[in-house]
Design a protein around this ligand. Structure first.
Ligand SMILES: Nc1nc2c(ncn2[C@@H]2O[C@H](COP(=O)(O)OP(=O)(O)OP(=O)(O)O)[C@@H](O)[C@H]2O)c(=O)[nH]1
Ligand SMILES: [Mg+2]
Length: 321
Protein backbone atom coordinates (compact mmCIF):
# COMPACT_ATOMS: atom_id res chain seq x y z
CA UNK A 1 0.00 0.00 0.00
CA UNK A 2 1.13 3.53 -0.75
CA UNK A 3 1.14 5.16 2.66
CA UNK A 4 2.28 8.58 1.55
CA UNK A 5 -0.62 8.72 -0.89
CA UNK A 6 -2.97 7.67 1.88
CA UNK A 7 -1.64 10.48 4.10
CA UNK A 8 -1.87 12.89 1.18
CA UNK A 9 -5.51 11.93 0.52
CA UNK A 10 -6.36 12.49 4.18
CA UNK A 11 -4.86 15.97 4.21
CA UNK A 12 -6.97 16.72 1.15
CA UNK A 13 -10.05 15.90 3.22
CA UNK A 14 -10.75 12.38 1.92
CA UNK A 15 -12.99 10.76 4.57
CA UNK A 16 -12.67 7.28 3.13
CA UNK A 17 -8.87 7.48 3.33
CA UNK A 18 -9.18 8.58 6.96
CA UNK A 19 -11.48 5.66 7.77
CA UNK A 20 -9.04 3.30 6.08
CA UNK A 21 -6.02 4.52 8.02
CA UNK A 22 -7.97 4.37 11.28
CA UNK A 23 -8.69 0.69 10.60
CA UNK A 24 -5.01 0.07 9.89
CA UNK A 25 -4.12 1.76 13.18
CA UNK A 26 -6.66 -0.35 15.07
CA UNK A 27 -5.35 -3.55 13.53
CA UNK A 28 -1.76 -2.40 14.07
CA UNK A 29 -1.26 -3.22 10.43
CA UNK A 30 2.35 -3.07 9.37
CA UNK A 31 3.32 0.23 7.79
CA UNK A 32 0.60 2.41 9.31
CA UNK A 33 3.42 4.11 11.18
CA UNK A 34 4.73 5.51 7.88
CA UNK A 35 1.45 7.28 7.25
CA UNK A 36 1.30 8.49 10.84
CA UNK A 37 4.79 9.99 10.61
CA UNK A 38 3.70 12.13 7.69
CA UNK A 39 0.44 13.12 9.37
CA UNK A 40 2.13 14.01 12.65
CA UNK A 41 4.08 16.70 10.86
CA UNK A 42 0.94 17.98 9.17
CA UNK A 43 -1.34 17.93 12.21
CA UNK A 44 -2.00 21.36 13.65
CA UNK A 45 -2.78 20.27 17.18
CA UNK A 46 -6.51 20.69 16.98
CA UNK A 47 -8.35 21.35 20.29
CA UNK A 48 -9.47 18.08 21.90
CA UNK A 49 -12.46 18.00 24.21
CA UNK A 50 -12.72 14.97 26.48
CA UNK A 51 -16.08 13.84 27.86
CA UNK A 52 -16.00 11.05 30.40
CA UNK A 53 -17.97 9.56 33.27
CA UNK A 54 -19.78 6.41 34.42
CA UNK A 55 -21.98 4.42 32.01
CA UNK A 56 -25.33 5.84 31.01
CA UNK A 57 -25.05 9.28 32.60
CA UNK A 58 -25.74 11.01 29.28
CA UNK A 59 -22.29 11.59 27.78
CA UNK A 60 -23.36 10.88 24.21
CA UNK A 61 -26.43 13.07 24.57
CA UNK A 62 -24.17 15.91 25.74
CA UNK A 63 -21.75 15.28 22.87
CA UNK A 64 -24.67 15.44 20.46
CA UNK A 65 -25.83 18.79 21.86
CA UNK A 66 -22.33 20.24 21.85
CA UNK A 67 -21.74 18.99 18.32
CA UNK A 68 -24.93 20.63 17.07
CA UNK A 69 -23.80 23.97 18.46
CA UNK A 70 -20.28 23.67 17.06
CA UNK A 71 -21.68 22.79 13.66
CA UNK A 72 -23.96 25.83 13.85
CA UNK A 73 -20.75 27.89 14.20
CA UNK A 74 -19.50 26.30 10.98
CA UNK A 75 -16.92 24.07 12.62
CA UNK A 76 -15.86 20.79 11.10
CA UNK A 77 -15.95 18.13 13.81
CA UNK A 78 -14.44 14.80 14.71
CA UNK A 79 -16.11 12.60 17.32
CA UNK A 80 -14.40 9.54 18.76
CA UNK A 81 -16.33 7.29 21.14
CA UNK A 82 -14.03 4.95 23.03
CA UNK A 83 -15.26 2.10 25.20
CA UNK A 84 -12.37 0.10 26.63
CA UNK A 85 -14.82 -2.33 28.20
CA UNK A 86 -16.35 -3.60 25.00
CA UNK A 87 -15.13 -4.97 21.73
CA UNK A 88 -15.73 -2.81 18.71
CA UNK A 89 -19.07 -4.42 18.01
CA UNK A 90 -20.20 -4.09 21.64
CA UNK A 91 -23.61 -2.95 22.76
CA UNK A 92 -22.64 0.37 24.30
CA UNK A 93 -20.93 1.51 21.15
CA UNK A 94 -23.81 0.40 19.03
CA UNK A 95 -25.97 2.46 21.38
CA UNK A 96 -23.83 5.50 20.67
CA UNK A 97 -24.18 4.93 16.97
CA UNK A 98 -27.93 4.74 17.18
CA UNK A 99 -28.29 7.79 19.35
CA UNK A 100 -25.99 9.83 17.18
CA UNK A 101 -27.68 8.98 13.90
CA UNK A 102 -28.80 12.53 13.37
CA UNK A 103 -25.14 13.52 13.04
CA UNK A 104 -24.23 10.75 10.62
CA UNK A 105 -25.69 12.40 7.56
CA UNK A 106 -23.52 15.49 8.08
CA UNK A 107 -20.43 15.41 5.84
CA UNK A 108 -18.62 17.81 8.14
CA UNK A 109 -18.80 15.48 11.10
CA UNK A 110 -16.63 12.40 11.24
CA UNK A 111 -17.74 9.87 13.87
CA UNK A 112 -15.80 6.81 14.88
CA UNK A 113 -16.37 4.24 17.62
CA UNK A 114 -13.47 2.34 19.10
CA UNK A 115 -13.41 -0.58 21.48
CA UNK A 116 -10.82 -2.86 22.87
CA UNK A 117 -9.79 -5.45 20.31
CA UNK A 118 -8.34 -7.55 23.08
CA UNK A 119 -4.65 -8.21 23.42
CA UNK A 120 -2.25 -5.34 23.01
CA UNK A 121 -4.23 -2.88 25.10
CA UNK A 122 -2.88 0.13 23.26
CA UNK A 123 -6.27 1.77 23.07
CA UNK A 124 -5.02 5.03 24.47
CA UNK A 125 -2.29 5.47 21.87
CA UNK A 126 -4.61 4.24 19.12
CA UNK A 127 -7.16 6.85 20.12
CA UNK A 128 -4.34 9.40 20.00
CA UNK A 129 -3.54 8.39 16.44
CA UNK A 130 -7.20 8.67 15.48
CA UNK A 131 -7.31 12.22 16.85
CA UNK A 132 -4.26 13.11 14.73
CA UNK A 133 -5.85 11.61 11.64
CA UNK A 134 -8.99 13.69 12.19
CA UNK A 135 -6.81 16.73 12.77
CA UNK A 136 -5.06 16.15 9.45
CA UNK A 137 -8.41 15.56 7.79
CA UNK A 138 -9.24 19.16 8.61
CA UNK A 139 -11.44 18.92 11.68
CA UNK A 140 -11.53 22.15 13.70
CA UNK A 141 -12.11 20.28 16.95
CA UNK A 142 -12.26 16.68 18.11
CA UNK A 143 -14.53 15.39 20.88
CA UNK A 144 -13.48 12.18 22.60
CA UNK A 145 -16.08 10.33 24.68
CA UNK A 146 -14.93 7.52 26.97
CA UNK A 147 -16.75 5.34 29.40
CA UNK A 148 -15.32 3.65 32.44
CA UNK A 149 -12.40 1.32 32.78
CA UNK A 150 -10.27 2.95 35.42
CA UNK A 151 -6.78 3.75 34.28
CA UNK A 152 -7.46 3.31 30.56
CA UNK A 153 -10.16 5.93 30.79
CA UNK A 154 -7.84 8.31 32.61
CA UNK A 155 -5.08 7.60 30.07
CA UNK A 156 -7.34 8.28 27.12
CA UNK A 157 -8.42 11.57 28.65
CA UNK A 158 -4.76 12.57 28.89
CA UNK A 159 -4.84 13.75 25.29
CA UNK A 160 -7.66 16.22 25.94
CA UNK A 161 -7.15 19.95 26.36
CA UNK A 162 -10.28 20.15 28.46
CA UNK A 163 -11.76 17.23 30.40
CA UNK A 164 -15.44 17.22 31.29
CA UNK A 165 -16.50 14.65 33.88
CA UNK A 166 -20.20 13.87 33.71
CA UNK A 167 -22.31 12.36 36.43
CA UNK A 168 -26.01 12.23 37.31
CA UNK A 169 -28.18 12.50 40.42
CA UNK A 170 -27.93 9.43 42.58
CA UNK A 171 -27.67 8.06 46.07
CA UNK A 172 -24.12 9.26 46.42
CA UNK A 173 -22.42 6.12 45.16
CA UNK A 174 -21.90 7.87 41.88
CA UNK A 175 -19.85 10.53 43.58
CA UNK A 176 -17.81 7.78 45.21
CA UNK A 177 -17.14 6.18 41.85
CA UNK A 178 -16.12 9.51 40.37
CA UNK A 179 -13.77 10.00 43.26
CA UNK A 180 -11.84 6.94 42.20
CA UNK A 181 -9.59 8.37 39.55
CA UNK A 182 -11.76 10.85 37.70
CA UNK A 183 -11.93 13.55 40.36
CA UNK A 184 -8.31 14.49 39.86
CA UNK A 185 -8.56 14.94 36.11
CA UNK A 186 -11.75 17.00 35.71
CA UNK A 187 -11.57 20.56 34.39
CA UNK A 188 -15.35 20.89 34.39
CA UNK A 189 -17.99 18.86 36.24
CA UNK A 190 -21.44 18.26 34.91
CA UNK A 191 -24.38 16.81 36.79
CA UNK A 192 -26.62 15.74 33.94
CA UNK A 193 -30.25 14.57 34.16
CA UNK A 194 -31.04 17.46 36.46
CA UNK A 195 -34.71 16.77 35.79
CA UNK A 196 -34.36 13.79 38.14
CA UNK A 197 -34.65 14.08 41.91
CA UNK A 198 -31.49 14.39 43.93
CA UNK A 199 -29.72 16.74 41.55
CA UNK A 200 -29.15 19.42 44.18
CA UNK A 201 -27.70 16.92 46.60
CA UNK A 202 -25.28 15.57 44.00
CA UNK A 203 -24.25 19.09 43.04
CA UNK A 204 -23.50 20.03 46.63
CA UNK A 205 -21.73 16.70 47.26
CA UNK A 206 -19.32 17.40 44.42
CA UNK A 207 -18.86 21.02 45.43
CA UNK A 208 -18.03 20.15 49.01
CA UNK A 209 -15.62 17.52 47.79
CA UNK A 210 -13.86 20.14 45.68
CA UNK A 211 -13.76 22.52 48.63
CA UNK A 212 -11.36 20.14 50.35
CA UNK A 213 -8.70 20.85 47.77
CA UNK A 214 -6.59 23.77 48.92
CA UNK A 215 -4.72 24.90 45.86
CA UNK A 216 -6.18 24.72 42.36
CA UNK A 217 -3.27 26.42 40.60
CA UNK A 218 -5.50 28.98 38.99
CA UNK A 219 -8.44 26.84 37.87
CA UNK A 220 -11.13 25.51 40.16
CA UNK A 221 -13.41 23.21 38.15
CA UNK A 222 -16.93 24.65 37.90
CA UNK A 223 -19.78 22.27 38.73
CA UNK A 224 -22.64 22.69 36.27
CA UNK A 225 -26.05 21.12 35.82
CA UNK A 226 -27.56 20.04 32.53
CA UNK A 227 -30.60 18.34 31.15
CA UNK A 228 -29.01 17.19 27.95
CA UNK A 229 -32.11 15.50 26.61
CA UNK A 230 -33.78 18.89 26.47
CA UNK A 231 -30.62 20.79 25.62
CA UNK A 232 -30.72 22.71 28.90
CA UNK A 233 -27.47 24.03 30.37
CA UNK A 234 -25.43 23.15 27.31
CA UNK A 235 -24.68 26.77 26.37
CA UNK A 236 -23.33 27.35 29.89
CA UNK A 237 -21.28 24.17 29.58
CA UNK A 238 -19.77 25.36 26.31
CA UNK A 239 -19.02 28.70 27.95
CA UNK A 240 -17.06 26.96 30.72
CA UNK A 241 -15.25 24.77 28.21
CA UNK A 242 -14.14 27.81 26.23
CA UNK A 243 -13.09 29.60 29.39
CA UNK A 244 -10.99 26.62 30.36
CA UNK A 245 -9.45 26.41 26.90
CA UNK A 246 -8.38 30.03 27.16
CA UNK A 247 -6.96 29.45 30.63
CA UNK A 248 -5.16 26.24 29.73
CA UNK A 249 -3.64 27.10 26.39
CA UNK A 250 0.07 27.42 26.90
CA UNK A 251 -0.18 26.56 30.59
CA UNK A 252 2.36 24.51 32.46
CA UNK A 253 -0.34 22.14 33.66
CA UNK A 254 -1.57 21.29 30.18
CA UNK A 255 1.97 20.90 28.89
CA UNK A 256 2.78 18.38 31.60
CA UNK A 257 -0.46 16.49 30.96
CA UNK A 258 0.41 16.22 27.28
CA UNK A 259 3.99 15.26 28.01
CA UNK A 260 2.82 12.44 30.27
CA UNK A 261 0.56 11.28 27.45
CA UNK A 262 3.38 11.42 24.89
CA UNK A 263 5.66 9.55 27.22
CA UNK A 264 3.14 6.73 27.60
CA UNK A 265 2.73 6.63 23.85
CA UNK A 266 6.46 6.59 23.24
CA UNK A 267 6.98 3.80 25.75
CA UNK A 268 4.27 1.76 24.15
CA UNK A 269 5.62 2.24 20.64
CA UNK A 270 9.16 1.46 21.72
CA UNK A 271 8.15 -1.72 23.48
CA UNK A 272 6.06 -2.84 20.50
CA UNK A 273 8.89 -2.10 18.12
CA UNK A 274 11.58 -3.70 20.26
CA UNK A 275 9.48 -6.81 20.78
CA UNK A 276 8.76 -7.05 17.07
CA UNK A 277 12.43 -6.71 16.15
CA UNK A 278 13.68 -9.12 18.78
CA UNK A 279 11.31 -11.85 17.69
CA UNK A 280 12.18 -11.17 14.07
CA UNK A 281 15.80 -11.87 14.97
CA UNK A 282 15.23 -15.05 16.90
CA UNK A 283 14.86 -17.78 14.31
CA UNK A 284 11.89 -20.12 14.44
CA UNK A 285 14.13 -23.02 15.42
CA UNK A 286 15.85 -21.12 18.19
CA UNK A 287 12.52 -19.94 19.53
CA UNK A 288 11.16 -23.47 19.49
CA UNK A 289 14.20 -24.66 21.42
CA UNK A 290 13.67 -21.97 24.04
CA UNK A 291 10.00 -22.86 24.33
CA UNK A 292 10.87 -26.53 24.79
CA UNK A 293 13.29 -25.66 27.57
CA UNK A 294 10.57 -23.70 29.30
CA UNK A 295 8.20 -26.60 28.80
CA UNK A 296 10.52 -29.08 30.53
CA UNK A 297 11.40 -26.45 33.12
CA UNK A 298 15.09 -26.35 32.36
CA UNK A 299 14.43 -22.68 31.74
CA UNK A 300 11.65 -20.20 32.54
CA UNK A 301 9.86 -17.34 30.77
CA UNK A 302 11.34 -15.04 33.42
CA UNK A 303 14.95 -15.95 32.83
CA UNK A 304 14.52 -16.12 29.04
CA UNK A 305 12.95 -12.66 28.95
CA UNK A 306 15.88 -11.32 30.98
CA UNK A 307 18.45 -13.08 28.81
CA UNK A 308 16.91 -11.98 25.51
CA UNK A 309 16.62 -8.33 26.47
CA UNK A 310 20.09 -8.34 28.04
CA UNK A 311 21.45 -9.76 24.76
CA UNK A 312 19.89 -6.93 22.82
CA UNK A 313 21.20 -4.25 25.14
CA UNK A 314 24.70 -5.76 24.98
CA UNK A 315 24.65 -5.88 21.17
CA UNK A 316 23.41 -2.32 21.05
CA UNK A 317 26.28 -1.19 23.29
CA UNK A 318 28.76 -3.09 21.18
CA UNK A 319 27.57 -1.43 17.96
CA UNK A 320 27.58 1.98 19.62
CA UNK A 321 31.27 1.67 20.38
N1 LIG B 1 -33.97 12.15 32.25
C1 LIG B 1 -32.90 12.42 31.49
N2 LIG B 1 -32.42 11.46 30.69
C2 LIG B 1 -31.34 11.75 29.94
C3 LIG B 1 -30.72 13.02 29.97
N3 LIG B 1 -29.66 13.01 29.12
C4 LIG B 1 -29.62 11.77 28.60
N4 LIG B 1 -30.63 11.01 29.07
C5 LIG B 1 -30.94 9.60 28.73
O1 LIG B 1 -30.01 8.74 29.37
C6 LIG B 1 -29.78 7.58 28.58
C7 LIG B 1 -28.28 7.40 28.36
O2 LIG B 1 -27.79 8.50 27.59
P1 LIG B 1 -26.42 8.46 26.80
O3 LIG B 1 -26.19 9.81 26.28
O4 LIG B 1 -26.39 7.34 25.85
O5 LIG B 1 -25.43 8.13 28.01
P2 LIG B 1 -23.87 7.76 27.89
O6 LIG B 1 -23.27 8.28 29.14
O7 LIG B 1 -23.31 8.19 26.62
O8 LIG B 1 -23.97 6.17 27.94
P3 LIG B 1 -22.76 5.14 27.64
O9 LIG B 1 -21.97 5.68 26.50
O10 LIG B 1 -23.45 3.88 27.34
O11 LIG B 1 -21.99 5.09 28.92
C8 LIG B 1 -30.53 7.81 27.28
O12 LIG B 1 -31.75 7.11 27.34
C9 LIG B 1 -30.77 9.30 27.26
O13 LIG B 1 -31.94 9.67 26.55
C10 LIG B 1 -31.27 14.04 30.82
O14 LIG B 1 -30.79 15.17 30.92
N5 LIG B 1 -32.36 13.66 31.57
MG1 LIG C 1 -22.21 7.10 25.17
Amino acid sequence: MNFSKLAEDITRGDRKAAARLISLVEDEEEGYVDAMKLLYERARGVPVLGITGPPGVGKSTIVLEIAKRMRAQGMKLGIVAVDPTSPITGGAILGDRIRMTELFADRDIFIRSMGSRGGSGGLSSQAGSVVRILDALGCDAVIVETVGAGQTQVDIMGMADTIVVVTMPSTGDEVQSIKAGLLEIADVYVVNKCDLTGAMRTLSDIRSMLDLVEDWHGWKPPVLQTNAREGKGIDELLGSIQKHEAFASGSEHLASRKKAQLRRELQELVSNEVTRRIFENIGTEELDEILNQMLDRSSSPYSEAERITADVVRKKRATAR
